[in-house]
Design a protein around this ligand. Structure first.
Ligand code: MG
Ligand code: ZN
Length: 398
């Protein structure tokens, strides 16, 4: 056991070395130093602009969800969504959800949460301190909804545009004092038998202090291990480890292309074969990173990419009839305001108030069985409670 004292010392060192943004604390920036000149923003054409088709969304009578797809836009507040909407000339798939509400996002120890505490609230229904994953503030493990799903024989999946060991996905499958224990988080992903995980972070499985090669362990446990999008598309088998990048996946601006869409399709195809249903979390991780950089082009490209995936998932849920889709965010990033633009031309100007996260409430959207639970203003921990209710697991948790 590591003593609390050693932990404090360790965290102290981390705080010195880690850029403050990753812990969600930011300093105010000068208003006159926008990342992009007005001219750049006016000339830029978004790669991820897309046509929004009207999806026929049948009314859903059944209360019980067989499948839940939780979609998280990291750092996605209403301004981030609205910037995407303006860039897409007024329409997003998000606009087709029949139910919407807001969630408060504070963590156990801070008004302004980080992604680790935010995702722990979704995954476990409990608040924890910033930086902690799947544990309470006393570092005691909390059961996650993915673990309950595994126990009940459902398929489980994590699909992200960060490393698979990054805070948001990690909170669903790991129990760690710090979000920066990447190698331990990689081990936890395997220990928890998550059926499909796709993103970056291969380095945390191969170049480890303990010298284990987790890719070999994954293969022994019947995972199809792939490291390119092309191999992912061809993969069959009921368990897939898609470690598509050594570190982080690139941004859309840097050529990630439709990786998240292809990963989402493969995950739904794979987990959809489980007769007991599935629990899946899809994260657009880099909306947060674009806003940390106060880069309106970066954030808006990621937002538009996420909306394309949202449209695909919504289409699946409309056909399926037993899938609850929830789209929400862990917190807002950047204190973004829409300060101008042109709806007809798809031009958006943004002004930022911070490089860090903010404490403002963020939206939640839902469609499918029990989607009407996700209305009004409620706390981020209640996302978990409402998912448990939609699965009808109250009173039958292991
Ligand atoms: Mg994240
Ligand atoms: Zn962040």
């Amino acid at each position: 056991m590591i003593s609390n004292c050693t932990r404090l010392l360790f965290m102290g060192c981390l705080l010195i070395f880690i850029h403050q943004d990753s812990l969600g604390q930011g300093k105010k920036r000068d208003h006159d130093k926008n990342f992009h000149s007005k001219e750049t923003v006016e000339k830029y054409r978004y790669k991820s602009v897309h046509q929004v088709k009207k999806i026929n969304l049948p009314g859903i009578e059944n209360r019980k969800a067989k499948n839940i797809i939780l979609m998280i836009g990291d750092g996605m507040g209403t301004s981030q969504i609205h910037a995407g909407m303006i860039a897409n000339k007024g329409e997003l798939y998000l606009g087709q959800f029949p139910y919407a509400g807001f969630i408060t996002t504070h963590s156990a120890n801070e008004l302004i949460t980080d992604s680790a505490a935010g995702a722990t609230a979704f995954a476990t229904g409990e608040k924890t301190d910033n930086g902690m994953l799947g544990v309470n503030p006393d570092n005691e493990p909390l059961q996650t909804i993915m673990e309950i799903a595994e126990y009940k024989g459902l398929g489980t999946g994590l699909v992200v545009t960060s490393t698979v060991t990054h805070a948001t996905p990690a909170a669903f499958a790991a129990h760690q004092f710090s979000r920066h224990y990447y190698e331990q988080i990689a081990s936890d992903l395997i220990r928890n038998d998550i059926d499909v995980f796709i993103g970056g972070g291969r380095s945390h499985f191969t170049d480890r202090l303990d010298r284990l090669n987790l890719l070999e362990i994954l293969k022994e446990r019947n995972y199809t291990v792939v490291d390119t999008v092309i191999d992912l598309e061809a993969a069959h088998g009921d368990k897939i480890a898609g470690l598509l990048y050594y570190d982080n996946p690139p941004s859309i601006l840097d050529g990630r292309g439709d990786m998240l869409l292809k990963a989402t399709k493969k995950s739904i195809e794979t987990l959809g074969r489980n007769d007991n249903g599935f629990m899946m979390m899809i994260e657009s991780s880099q909306i947060d990173w674009g806003n940390h950089q106060n880069n309106i082009l970066y954030q808006t490209e990621e937002m538009l990419d996420f909306d394309i995936i949202i449209g695909h998932v919504l289409e699946f849920a409309a056909m399926d009839g037993e899938t609850l889709v929830i789209v929400t965010s862990d917190h807002e990033t950047g204190g973004l305001a829409i300060s101008g633009g042109n709806l007809k031309k798809g031009i958006v100007h943004g002004d930022y108030t911070t490089n860090g996260h903010t404490g403002v409430m963020v939206p939640v959207f839902a469609y499918g069985p029990s989607a009407d639970l996700f209305t009004g203003i409620f706390d981020n921990t209640e996302i978990y409670d409402k998912m448990i209710e939609a699965f009808d697991w109250n009173g039958s948790k292991p």
